[in-house]
Design a protein. Structure first.
Length: 114
């Protein structure tokens, strides 16, 4: 069984920064993909950024240049640093781990508002 523990959401003003962290535990294949998705109210869940265990990164166009994803394979941890946040970044952010099958965290709320 795999579990994902997220932290780091909250309320931030436009232009501010937040760092989201996710730690995975359990039976995890060495080759995997970790990342972040988000779901705004009334919208479908969408990709924010992912990173393979080999270091390949994918960003959504909407966050390119503002977000940086990183991971520590030894600690099964993935971090999303978000800068220059906009109100449209407001959403529940979900950690995702793809290791044989997809696993999801419980979600952490990010609200960007003045």
């Amino acid at each position: 069984q795999v579990q994902l523990a997220e932290s780091g959401g909250g309320l931030v003003q436009p232009g501010g920064s937040l760092k989201l962290s996710c730690v995975a535990s359990g039976s995890i294949f060495r080759l995997n993909v970790m990342g972040w998705y988000r779901q705004a109210s009334g919208k479908e869940r969408e990709l924010v950024a992912t990173m393979t265990s080999g270091g390949t990164i994918t960003y959504a166009d909407s966050v390119k240049g503002r977000c940086t994803i990183s991971r520590d394979n030894a600690k099964n941890t993935v971090i999303l640093q978000m800068n220059s946040l906009k109100p449209e970044d407001t959403a529940v952010y979900y950690c995702n781990l793809l290791t044989g099958r997809p696993y999801w965290g419980q979600g952490t709320q990010v609200t960007v508002s003045s």
